[in-house]
Design a protein around this ligand. Structure first.
Ligand SMILES: Nc1ncnc2c1ncn2[C@@H]1O[C@H](COP(=O)(O)OP(=O)(O)OP(=O)(O)O)[C@@H](O)[C@H]1O
Ligand SMILES: [Mg+2]
Length: 219
């Protein structure tokens, strides 16, 4: 399996948020995670990305160990995990183009520009490349945040409520395009969302976060 999480547990102080959670995904799979507010979706993403350290469990991505059973953790910048938060933080002093090219640090310079231009086309913001974030709508900012995450060519992309600022009409066009993009890159993606429409458009598989573990409600 491309992503392997085994018997993961994590507490904030006395409060157990993730409890003996296991999950396996193949390369290129797209999974949606649902769960009520406070169930631990963001916490799980932070653990996978390396921003929180679990008390128990193991995580492997593409056969590389992120968290080992004896508690050794790989630093976030070596994990190749892309994380898009609910609030799509862009750099305010950088243009759309500069925000996205920031993610291309791993690429030879001459390849960066054509790659960013192709990503701008994918998110349908080619004409916005010189604009600053404060001049964009919420939905446009979200799309730039997605492009920036993709620019770093992550092995896994974690998206935390990434479409909350996209109106329904835009979703119907944008999400299928994004799905095609993921498929083209064979990208493994987990999306946390409360919106059934997002799931219908993007993710063939859904798991529910309940009592700190992932369960399949379809049985
Ligand atoms: N830094 C923190 N310190 C202490 N407790 C925290 C911290 N961050 C989150 N929590 C608690 O951990 C639990 C899980 O929070 P988390 O943000 O993962 O939920 P969520 O499923 O993402 O919720 P939402 O759908 O509202 O985004 C909550 O009870 C929350 O209050
Ligand atoms: Mg959350």
């Amino acid at each position: 399996m491309f992503l392997n999480i085994e018997q993961l547990s994590f507490s904030y102080g006395e409060h157990k948020v993730i409890n003996n959670l296991s999950l396996s995904l193949k390369k290129g799979e797209i999974l949606a995670i649902q769960g009520p507010s406070g169930s631990g979706k963001t916490t799980l993403f932070k653990i996978i990305a390396g921003l929180e350290t679990p008390q128990e469990g193991e995580i492997h991505i593409d056969s590389n160990c992120m968290v080992s059973i004896d508690g050794k953790c790989l630093v976030p910048e070596k994990r190749h995990v892309g994380l898009i938060f609910q609030d799509y933080a862009l750099f305010p002093h950088m243009t759309v183009y500069q925000n996205i090219v920031f993610g291309c640090y791993h690429m030879p310079k001459p390849l960066q520009k054509p790659y960013v231009l192709s990503l701008l086309k994918d998110i349908e913001l080619e004409d916005y490349k010189d604009r600053y974030p404060h001049t964009l709508s919420g939905g446009q900012m979200q799309r730039v945040a997605i492009a920036r995450a993709l620019a770093s060519r992550p092995k896994i992309l974690l998206m935390d409520e990434p479409f909350s600022n996209l109106d329904e009409d835009l979703k119907d066009v944008f999400i299928p395009n994004l799905k095609a993009l993921f498929e083209r890159h064979q990208l493994t993606v987990i999306i946390a969302t409360h919106h059934q429409r997002d799931i219908d458009l993007l993710a063939p598989k859904v798991l529910y976060l309940e009592n700190g573990s992932l369960v399949d409600k379809k049985g």
